[in-house]
Every structure is written in C-alpha cells, then in structure tokens.
Design a binder for this molecule. Sequence first.
Ligand code: BG6
Length: 300
Amino acid sequence: MTSTPAELPESVVLAEGEGGLPVVRVATAVATGEVYLHGAHVTAWTPAGSDPVIWMSGESRFTPGEAIRGGIPICFPWFGAGREPGLAPPPHGFARLAGWRLLGAEERDGEVTVTLRLTDADTAGVKAAAAWPHPFTATYAVTFGRELTVALTVENTGDAEISFEEALHTYLAVADVRTTAVQGLDGATYLDKAPGAGPDHVTQEGDVTFTEETDRVYASSGTVVVVDGGSGRRIGIAKEGSANTVVWNPWVDKAAAMPDFGDDEWPAMVCVETANALDDAVVLAAGQRHTMTARYTVTR
Ligand code: BG6
C-alpha cells in the first residue's frame, strides 16, 4: 500500500526537499522531523523544547546516486568495504543510494510513524546493487515523537540463505566532540579502524573520549549514552537486534579529505551507529526476517 499525500495524517507532508528530492516532513506538538525517500534517510529530529539532535553537514549532496552526509544513513547490505571482495565501491552498500517507496504514515498518541520500503526489484540501475544479487525486502519504520525510534527489518524473500551487514549510521549533534564522552562501552572489545591502528581487538577502558580520528567497531548490544559536556545534554541510544556499536569522528584530516563534509564541521558531530557488521553479519534462511532497532532519548 503506497500512501498518497491525501491519505497522510495532517501532521505529515510529502514535499520537495533539497535537490528536488522527495522528503516526508513531520510536525507534531512533541517533535519535528524529516526523512528523505532517497536512502530512507532521516535528516532531522528535534523534540519540542530541544535543539536539533541529528547533525547534518552544510556541504551534503542531495543527488540521486550519492549519499546524503549527516542524518541517519542506512548501511546495507554491507558495511564499509564489505566482507568479500567486489562489493565496494561504494562503501556501506547501496541502500543509501536508492530511492525507497513510501508505504504510509500513521499518527498515534502524538507520535508519527513513517514506513518506507526497498526491495531487490527497486534497485535496478542503483550503483553496485548488482554486486549483491539476492532477493530481499527491507522495511524501515521511523517513529518521530519525544523519542526517535528507527527499526530496519530485512526479510529474505528468496529460497537460499543470505547474509548481510547493516548499520544505522546516526550523526548526532554535539557542542564539541572534544568535550563529549560516550558511556556504556567500558569493557567492550573493539576493532580499531583509525589510521595506524593495529589489527587486534582492543578492550575499552572507561568512557570513549575524543582526541583524534576515531573509528571503532565495538562488540556491544547494550545501551550507550552520549554525554555532551558543552551543552549538558545526554542522548541515550537503546537498541535491539544489534551486536555492534560503531563510534566515528573524522577529525581534521579526514574531514578535509571528504568533498561533502566541511573542513571545520567535525567538532559538532559524533556518529554512534547501531550495527551488525564483520563477524556479526546477519544470516537469514529462506523466508526469515530480522529487525534491528535503535531508540534515541534526550535528557538535560
Ligand atoms: C563509518 C566508518 O561507519 O563511516 C568510517 O567506520 C567511515 O570508516 C565513515 O569513514 C563514513 O563513511 P562514508 O562512506 O559515509 O564517508
């Protein structure tokens, strides 16, 4: 069922966004938010009385075939370069480069859930989709309210086993990453992907703090809290169906090397990603489905 704009609740509008791309905008008494059909990409969520929680780059492209920079990119069906040769480029899979279908939007108790879908049949012509030629249905439910909940369900619609990686690659707005800490990963092991880091798994001691480029894939299925020392805000991220938490900030050199990321923007963001990657890739037998959920809560 595809909703026409006429069937959407009054709090939801399907509009033309940046670059002429279709965007679903939500405005209720408790929150505003938006999600582009391109990549099913959430680009905003602001609970009433709060500053924007989701960070967007001022240099982002809004172009078919290119990823939006900031927001919540969906990485699927591979993460980074992928686990097999021949998947990337592009990194992080093709889901963030594809146009998703709007299935509908529903308002309940002041919260609005927008549902989008991508299937293998929708990926003809999408960069690198042919590198992962498996039947699937991906359904993404985004609930904008006092909390933000994003749930990605992937179903294996073929008759052979599939395996995939996935990440909800959320860019969170912070006053300054240098005075930000991520709590909840103490004792977790991580793979360090930053330049110069060794291949071994390392154990986190205490909070994660930021003094250089940080790019880590943690083995962790627990809740984390981003403590923003500059503003006093705390962003909680609770999750289900996810074995990994990725923490990323590009710092000076990588920011400068990315054409769609401002050279001076890196202090204002941190990515805390809800993921199943590398050895924790999801394996689905024919007909099976898997849901990965992340729920964001803001407190001061
Ligand atoms: C992170 C990766 O998840 O995403 C980093 O761990 C990567 O290595 C970052 O640089 C951004 O990726 P991209 O493809 O959006 O530039």
